[in-house]
Design a protein around this ligand. Structure first.
Ligand code: ADP
Ligand code: MG
Length: 389
């Protein structure tokens, strides 16, 4: 279905569709393990059944022509593989351009240019990794068309490099990793320090992942994010004086309790407690998934949400209303904020039959209490990158 539409789109933009291939990469979301990445801990993301599609074909010269159906008013943007520079006016195409740049930077041979059209079904800037999806997709297309030897972890790192170094955005490893490594019906357990990972089957039969978008811009989030990072670093330096650890994520809850008084500050202690307990929850969550215990997985999601609110204080009124209201509804296994916090999205796992009522009730209460609407996306865990045959 999508394949034909993408081929038609390619033909509309570039004239014909001879020898064109069509590709897909998913969006992603973090199920558990929030603010653990810079504390040497684990995250548990998954890929989603929404994503980004591309139709592409090699050129014989060095030009690269990009087009996105999502930004059709901007038309075609052209670049050249021998002259890849960030340009404000190139807008969204700086993301895929950054991928070509990152590949060349790492010594991959790009022998010729390409024509490529994109179309995405991920709501942008909602924390569902639309930028990473488009970058990973571009790596995936280059890998196929130029016959490059790139594995999945490298794919994620190249996408991250495009975003961080070419676009100057400090994207976390969660986004490109969830997208590049995603697998239908699996969650990924990633050690953010070593990039070691493992898959856990997640059987959501009869349940849906419901993403609730607060439609609140993060605003405060970025400065608070830096503040939390510093607080964790400070707590860590206090604990390092008495414990042989490198990261807060190295601690068990028992050890933390025993040594927490060495932190000597109530606020720092709360921040560190989140980093420690959240990392332990990711480990417990993996056990729960291996035992097919979705109830326990939901409880861990709730505990994570509580910790982000009480100890990490990264939620804010909008996310609190969404999460509290969600938890009161029928058929809800768990709910919490996801992403950096102070806006963006919350995630919940909801029994399929209860989803319509869930959306209606949470939506209504949110509008009444906050004054504007929330958006809801009802999703499943989807496939990783693929070539559409
Ligand atoms: P998120 O990754 O959380 O969705 P970002 O702000 O990191 O939010 O990325 C959104 C940006 O990524 C968009 O503004 C656009 O520049 C680019 N992008 C994402 N999907 C597409 C697409 N299908 N076509 C063109 N650009 C896209
Ligand atoms: Mg992004």
């Amino acid at each position: 279905m999508m394949k034909e539409e993408m081929l038609r789109l390619f033909e509309q933009v570039f004239g014909d569709q001879k020898g064109v291939n069509v590709y897909f990469t998913p969006g992603g979301v973090n199920l558990l393990g929030e603010h653990t990445d810079y504390n040497g801990g684990h995250i548990v993301p998954c890929s989603l059944n929404i994503g980004t599609y591309a139709a592409a074909r090699k050129r014989t010269d060095s030009r690269v022509r990009f087009y996105s159906q999502n930004f059709d008013s901007l038309g075609m943007v052209e670049s050249d593989i021998n002259h890849l520079v960030y340009k404000e006016e190139d807008n969204w195409s700086n993301y895929p351009k950054g991928v070509f740049w990152a590949l060349k930077n790492r010594g991959y041979e790009i022998p010729c240019g390409m024509d490529i059209v994109y179309y995405g079904t991920i709501p942008n800037t909602s924390g569902l990794s639309s930028s990473a999806s488009m970058e990973v997709l571009t790596v995936f297309v280059c890998k196929d068309l130029y016959q490059l030897d790139i594995d999945e972890v490298q794919t994620a790192l190249i996408a991250q490099c495009a975003e961080n170094e070419f676009n100057g955005i400090q994207d976390k490893i969660m986004d490109p990793f969830a997208v590049a490594m995603g697998k239908k019906n699996y969650a990924i357990f990633l050690d953010t320090k070593t990039l070691d990972y493992e898959y856990a089957p997640i059987n959501l039969d009869g349940y849906k992942i419901v993403i609730m978008n607060s439609n609140k811009r993060r605003g405060l989030g970025d400065s608070k994010y830096n503040e939390r990072k510093e607080e964790c670093a400070e707590a860590l330096s206090k604990l390092k004086k008495v414990l042989p650890i490198e990261n807060l994520g190295d601690l068990t809850e028992e050890l933390f309790e025993k040594y927490q008084n060495h932190i000597g500050d109530r606020i720092l202690l709360k921040r560190a407690r989140h980093a420690v307990s959240e990392n332990r929850r990711t480990i417990k969550a993996m056990e729960a998934l291996k035992n097919n215990d979705l109830q326990l997985f939901g409880q861990l999601i709730n505990q994570s949400g509580d910790s982000l609110k009480e100890d990490y204080e990264m939620t804010g009124k909008e996310l609190d209303v969404l999460v509290e209201t969600a938890r009161k509804q029928k058929g809800v296994l768990g709910a919490r904020m996801t992403g950096r916090g102070f806006g963006g999205c919350a995630i919940s796992i909801v029994q399929e039959d209860c989803v319509p009522e869930f959306i209606e009730k949470v939506g209504k209460e949110y509008r009444e209490k906050i004054g504007y609407r929330a958006d809801f996306y009802v999703l499943d865990i989807g496939n990783g990158p693929e070539i559409l045959k």
